[in-house]
Design a binder for this molecule. Structure first.
Ligand code: AMP
Length: 540
């Protein structure tokens, strides 16, 4: 017997309509690429999104067409999120930090019809515009006064496009399974792979991440997504925040500690989202000026592991609970989260810090499990570790225009991460499968070693890789970027780590470097380092 309830499709335009009607005066604030602060309300944003929808129709954008963006977190990018998906086209957020060849590859692979680009990236675009084969036009996200002189012919101006249009537009209704947004992974091997989110997956994810035991977003929140809108849709935060009508604060292109602090203070931000490197910058700046983050209640960190040092600094210096989350482009991204529970509040701090370092428990809607190489499920005892698999309505079921059957196993997505799960459901990432160090048949977690090294006050960044060893196959070496002006010797570092990790995990060498290479999403580029240091222990 079928239920008898309405089958109204879950559409992204519905989020905006809700915010316009229920929270019309709530603000969206952006630092602009041209400089200065832009401020308007959900009511204003709704009108501009409808103007943009009319402009897209005039440009000939059809349902299913891909519309690319090369842009920072600003109100214009926000408008593109809602208007492009609202007209049943697909917003394709391109990561400008990728290598130019990769950007060309993904724009051509996605067959983007139009590209909306921030002023910052016009010069970058000029270097490869002639290789983009599917584009009908490029729109610069600025007003006429700031339009650049460019070698690209026929650039259109965003504000002019909007000015010419009416703010009346009826958002169409269509299947919630329609594609809404496209985001490519920043794979370190091979070409980037596209993940195509649907309206349904986006809305279900938005609803799930607002929950108190997830990000805890409500209409009283003032949310600063520092995580870029070109990286997994800023973790879905623009959609989730709109759903609640909370105040949204966009940092534009300025993500250094000083700019973030200014914005947080001026707008009284109480929740901020970003990767660890962003928070390291902010924490260092706050220490330098000797101030604390007064308005912030929670900082969400994901994309890479949060170290104890960072968790502790937020807690003890700023009184902020660090919410550690895990996810990936293929998981929309939120999979698991370590939010503040009553149990955590009652724990001794040292014990709580250990728990906060875990990537947390799955939010309702997704399930996770760990399996061995034969696919046999492993114990949830916090000790056994294996391949992390995930399933749920906002998890990718395949890649865009590519077959990768190895990643999709009987309704589960193989994340490529290696993890443990404990009896209370807390998952902890041990490593990326390709980064795990196999020493004499046993596994060493590079993440755990890196976090232990970060605890040393002279260390800015640490990276552990496995390199060839004549006896043990592979042994860990530790690469360290020191704080400027600090002295630190190899023996001192080894002594510092002794007792913090198992004895046989201690690195065979400590190498001090000026800087470490990163991927376009800020992760350590371990593949390059492994190649560079492959025979380091043999040649020594
Ligand atoms: P991306 O698709 O670029 O967002 O990268 C996803 C990958 O980042 C995951 O598969 C993990 O390896 C890593 N990652 C994300 N969040 C965390 C976290 N909290 N701790 C450790 N690794 C993480």
């Amino acid at each position: 017997m079928q239920g008898q309830m309405m089958n109204r499709p879950l559409l992204i335009s519905g989020l905006l309509e809700h915010a316009e009607q229920v929270y019309p005066g709530s603000e969206i604030v952006s630092r602009q690429v041209e400089g200065g602060i832009h401020r308007y309300t959900y009511a204003d944003a709704g009108k501009r999104c409808r103007k943009l929808a009319n402009a897209l129709a005039r440009l000939g954008v059809e349902p299913g067409d891909r519309v690319g963006t090369l842009a920072w977190n600003t109100n214009r990018h926000y408008e593109l999120y809602f208007a492009v998906s609202g007209v049943q086209a697909v917003v394709h957020t391109v990561n400008p930090r990728l290598f130019p060849e990769q950007i060309v590859y993904i724009i051509n692979h996605a067959e983007d019809r139009y590209l909306f680009v921030d002023l910052t990236f016009v010069a970058l675009l000029e270097s490869f515009a002639d290789q983009l084969t599917s584009l009908r036009g490029i729109i610069v996200m600025t007003d006429r006064a700031n339009m650049p002189n460019s070698s690209i012919d026929g650039l259109l101006c965003y504000e002019e496009l909007l000015e010419a249009e009416s703010d009346q537009y009826d958002w169409p209704s269509f299947s919630e399974e329609s594609a809404a947004a496209l985001c490519y992974t920043s794979g370190t091997t091979g070409n980037p792979k596209g993940v195509l989110y649907s309206h349904r997956s986006t809305i279900l994810h938005a609803q799930a991440i607002c929950q108190p035991q997830a990000l805890n977003i409500s209409s009283d929140s003032i949310v600063l997504p520092v995580v870029p809108m070109f990286h997994v849709c800023a973790w879905g935060s623009p959609y989730a925040v709109t759903l609640t009508g909370a105040k949204l604060v966009f940092p534009g292109p300025n993500m250094d500690g000083e700019s973030l602090h200014q914005l947080i203070d001026a707008e009284q931000v109480n929740m901020a989202l970003g990767v660890p490197t962003i928070w390291m910058g902010l924490l260092a700046y706050m220490k330098e000026i000797g101030k604390t983050l007064e308005s912030v209640e929670s900082v969400v960190v994901g994309g890479a592991a949060a170290s104890q040092t960072m968790i502790q600094q937020f807690e003890e210096t700023h009184g902020i609970f660090l919410v550690h989350a895990w996810g990936m482009t293929e998981t929309s991204p939120l999979g698991t989260i370590s939010s503040c529970s009553q149990e955590m509040k009652e724990m001794p701090l040292a014990q709580r810090y250990k728990l906060q370092q875990k990537q947390g428990r799955p939010i309702y809607g997704v399930s996770i499990k760990i399996v061995d190489d034969d696919g046999v499920e492993l114990a949830r005892d916090g000790k056994a570790f294996g391949r992390l698999l995930i399933t749920g309505p906002w998890i990718a079921a395949s890649y865009f225009r590519e077959d990768h059957p190895e990643n999709f196993i009987e309704g589960w997505f193989d994340t490529g991460d290696v993890a443990t799960i404990d009896s209370k459901g807390y998952m902890q990432i041990v490593d990326r499968r390709k980064d795990v160090i196999k020493s004499g048949g046993e596994w060493i977690s590079s993440i755990e070693l890196e976090n232990a090294a970060l605890g040393h006050p002279s260390v800015t960044e640490s990276c552990v890789i496995g390199v060839a060893h004549p006896k043990w196959d592979e042994r860990p070496i530790l690469l360290i970027v020191k704080k400027s002006g600090e002295t630190l010797a190899e023996a001192e570092m080894i002594e510092f780590l002794t007792g913090k990790v198992a004895k046989w995990w201690l690195p065979d060498a400590v190498v001090f470097v000026e800087e470490l290479p990163h991927t376009a999403t800020g992760k350590l580029l371990k593949m390059t380092l492994r190649e560079q240091y492959q025979s380091y222990l043999i040649d020594r």
